[in-house]
Design a protein around this ligand. Structure first.
Ligand code: ADP
Length: 537
């Protein structure tokens, strides 16, 4: 169906031709358009500006139509224009079509139906052209839109690529850095998977174990780097670590390829990914063989020194001990003689039995003194075991009471029954307390006899330590003195060696404990030996 043509402007300077055209169009019944005539180009332009026309019929008189056509096209590019030419010049017609005319008809061929058809076609072509242009514009807009979108996408992609490249570069740098650090540190480092297989081993581990990296990687760590008896413990530790249980540092012998054994202290840390999943365990170790040897040497030296010091203490106490032993021995002698007399006289059984009981009791008493002495001078090994503090203090009291009695010192004790046990080498701890007690007795020779009091007290602290306290009522010490007393060879005594307290402190420390003192001049001194409680694992 054609679009209707309602209003047509005819531009024709010749009134006769204009009328003719008007009549022709009016004669065609298919075209019921209103024809308006204008003879002047300028006025025609004016009318076109002021009203809407469905088509323009333009007579090309004296070749002026082209110029006018250009101006019309500028103003109304969508207006269908049909040119009525004077002659049948195809070149001129082509020029006019290029200039925007829909069609060019020679006036000589003109008839009503032809003109009506040409106008209708012109209008239709223009409409189609218009539709085409609109869809082209839509298409162009769409293409432009899509292009803009693609450009944006591209820019974003480029940015992402740059970012990724930067991250990759940083990652490469980081990896290189970590690899360099791992291979230069002295610590032994390996990465284990869930089955305990070595995924990575650093240079220090390769060097210490003597195993090439290829021999380590892929092997179960404890098969290569621990003695057989350790394997189950280490397997369990790995399992614990992977389920997030805390694994304490472990000191494990490492058999090297050369057949030597090194002691390594291992610690581990789980590597978790962003989701919290752990697939690897980083295990770091330090070769503590030398450190351990040094510690061992120090320990031996301390034990030897302590032993020497105990012997010397015994030497100092020899006279008193001899006297102490003399008493039960002479009592035994007396009871034996009395028994013999009773026998000779055929005396009564009851008195004889009493003499024999006394002999047994005195022998027991002497035996007890000797037992304590033998135990005390025995060889300490830093063999730590759970020890009852009360029993230990009772033994010291057995040794010290002779000296206290000789020096007129009142001995007091305060030992609760429910004290936790300590984890200690009994002989060494006894030595410390004996030493502190003897120092106290010696210090109190400076104060009048009726004010000499030595108190041995023990109690459990809040911090997992048991405190054994040795308190005296001696002259006490000024702060400057306190600072010096634990130094080796510091003594204020004529025959003193000045190593007693130094050894005592070393013994305390070798038990992971401490030895402290508090004192003021004129107020006596309190020494406190703090030792860790024994806790059943
Ligand atoms: P020594 O007994 O051979 O002097 P110690 O190391 O046992 O060596 O003691 C060092 C010094 O500490 C003693 O000479 C003494 O001056 C001081 N001292 C130790 N215990 C006491 C105490 N209970 N009261 C006052 N001074 C003390």
């Amino acid at each position: 169906m054609f679009a209707p043509l309602e209003r047509i402007l005819l531009v024709e300077s010749d009134p006769h031709d204009a009328r003719l055209v008007g009549l022709m169009l009016a004669g065609d019944k298919s075209l019921r358009a209103e024809i308006e005539h204008e003879s002047d180009f300028e006025r025609a332009l004016q009318r076109l500006r002021e009203a809407d026309y469905d088509a323009l019929l333009l007579a090309d008189r004296a070749g002026e139509a082209l110029h006018f056509l250009h101006r019309v096209m500028e103003w109304a590019p969508h207006l269908p224009v049909v040119v009525l030419s004077e002659d049948d010049d195809p070149e001129r017609a082509m020029e006019l079509v290029h200039g925007g005319a829909q069609d060019v008809i020679a006036k000589t061929h003109l008839s009503g139906p032809i003109l009506a058809r040409v106008l209708r076609y012109a209008k239709e072509r223009k409409r189609t052209e218009e539709m085409l242009r609109t869809s082209q514009l839509v298409l162009e807009a769409r293409i432009e839109d899509r292009t803009r979108h693609l450009t944006e996408l591209n820019a974003r992609l480029q940015a992402e690529i740059h970012q990724r490249e930067a991250v990759e570069r940083a990652l490469r740098r980081e990896t290189a850095f970590v690899a360099t650090v791992l291979d230069t540190v002295a610590a032994l480092v390996m990465v284990l998977d869930r089955s305990g297989r070595i995924r990575e081993a650093n240079r220090a581990l390769v060097r210490l174990s003597g195993q090439p990296r290829e021999a380590l990687v892929g092997q179960v760590a404890w098969d290569l780097l621990a003695p057989p008896q350790w394997r189950e413990t280490l397997r369990q530790a790995l399992e614990d670590a992977f389920v997030g249980r805390a694994v304490p540092p472990m000191e494990v012998p490492l058999p090297t390829r050369a057949g030597e054994e090194r002691l390594v202290r291992w610690e581990s840390a789980l590597v978790r990914d962003e989701a919290g999943q752990a697939d690897y365990l980083v295990v770091c170790g330090g070769d503590i063989t030398e450190q351990q040897r040094l510690k061992e040497r120090e320990r031996r030296r301390l034990l030897e020194l302590a032993q020497a010091s105990r012997l010397s203490t015994m030497g100092e106490m020899a006279a008193e001990i001899a006297h102490e032993l003399n008493q039960p021995l002479s009592a035994i002698g007396n009871y034996a003689r009395a028994g013999r007399m009773l026998l000779d006289r055929g005396g009564d059984r009851e008195r004889l039995a009493h003499a024999l009981d006394e002999i047994a009791a005195q022998a027991q008493r002497a035996g007890e003194v000797i037992r304590r002495l033998r135990q005390f001078v025995g060889k300490a090994e830093l063999a730590r075991a759970p020890v009852s503090v009360n029993e230990l203090v009772a033994d010291v009291i057995g040794l010290i009471e002779i000296e206290a009695r000789w020096n007129h010192v009142r001995l007091e004790q305060d030992l609760p029954d429910d004290l936790p046990r300590i984890f200690a080498d009994r002989i060494l701890v006894e030595q410390v307390i004996l030493n502190l007690a003897r120092n106290a007795i010696e210090a109190m020779t400076e104060v009048p006899e009726d004010r000499r009091r030595l108190t041995l007290r023990a109690y459990a602290g809040q911090d997992g330590f048991v405190c054994i306290e040795v308190r005296d009522t001696g002259p006490g010490m000024a702060p400057e003195r306190i600072k010096q007393i634990f130094d080796r060879f510091f003594t204020t005594k004529q025959k003193g060696m000045g190593i007693g307290l130094a050894i005592c402190r070393s013994i305390a420390e070798s038990h992971d404990g401490r030895l402290e003192v508090s004192s003021r001049p004129g107020e006596g001194a309190v020494f406190r030996l703090l030792l860790p409680e024994w806790r059943d694992a």
